[in-house]
Write a protein that binds this ligand. Sequence first.
Ligand SMILES: *Cc1c(COP(=O)(O)O)cnc(C)c1O
Length: 366
Amino acid sequence: MARSGPLYTHIVQAIPPVVPFVGPETIERRQGRRFRVRLGANESAFGVSPEACKAMSEAIAGVAWYCDPEGYELRRQLADLHGVGLENVVIGAGIDDLLGLVVRTFMNPGDVIVASQGSYPTFAYHVTGYGGRLETVPYRNDRNDLLALTDHAALHKACILFLANPDNPTGSFYGSNAIADLLERLPEECLFILDEAYLDFVPADAILPIESGDPRIIRMRTFSKAHGMAGARIGYAIAHEELIATFNKIRLHFGVNLVAQAGAMASLRDTEFVAGVVKAIEEGRQEYAALAADTGIATLPSMTNFLAFDFGTQERADKTMQRMIERGVFLRKPVVAGLNRLVRVTVGTAEDRAVFAEIFRDVMRG
Ligand SMILES: *Cc1c(COP(=O)(O)O)cnc(C)c1O
């Protein structure tokens, strides 16, 4: 459409007019009715800790005031939890916010970023939005190809390498040795974003210990998954103190709301609640795998709160998902070649799973 007046930036003009995120609410408005179950965005159907809920309710009375711009108390708690210094922790409005901050800090327009093809779209969204160039590496056997990722980073002189581990959308996971090997191969001037959104679902002994001295790695965690606080928008990252100090130049100082900070602190203390969620999700994954097997559908191994169902072909995956959506089950699936035969199903409560199973069996019969 022709319009005179203020000019858009070259970066924004170059982005095709797509709608990056179609939420379940959009589909509900289109279909004219609500979903029966929402299993498409890996939120926690198990809700938020009652302790966190109480802390957030109490915090509401204080919202007339700005929060502490340093987020001191929460950062103190996180630093103690991970055995790092306060100066190694930054909080943000979810990992999504922190990814943007890191991209702005380390990427000049035109710079190359390396990630897996079809990995977490919000990261690619920031890269494009700030004028970077994404060089992608295909998945290999439905897992991130760690060797190819570091090779690509070196080949393209990438400023950032991104990896989600555990991975979204496959659910796959690499243990501490593989990640340590990746760091060995990582070019000196490349920043490694290790997106650990699903780390709460991983046994502690499989996790690479946090060692805040390497200036090439930043590890990101969120309260959106196991802690059940996706709508509160809060997460954090751990990195070398110089990186954290540099983020202060450009981060929004009041970007993480006071209510979310209060909830996060209480949820961190309620370890019993989170452990219960993790256990329930493990059971749910097994239930999904059995259901899929029962209908002749394979599933990928998962260390997350979702399971990727493998329909063999894109056509069958698309058709099945579309029918599920029409029947009131919100789902999402990868679009890239190689992964587009998968449909990602979030582990819901036992009740959600019963609704899912009933509709799924019905759709598979038809
Ligand atoms: C869910 C998810 C996040 C979480 O983002 P928030 O902004 O903290 O809600 C980040 N990365 C990946 C790979 C995810 O799947």
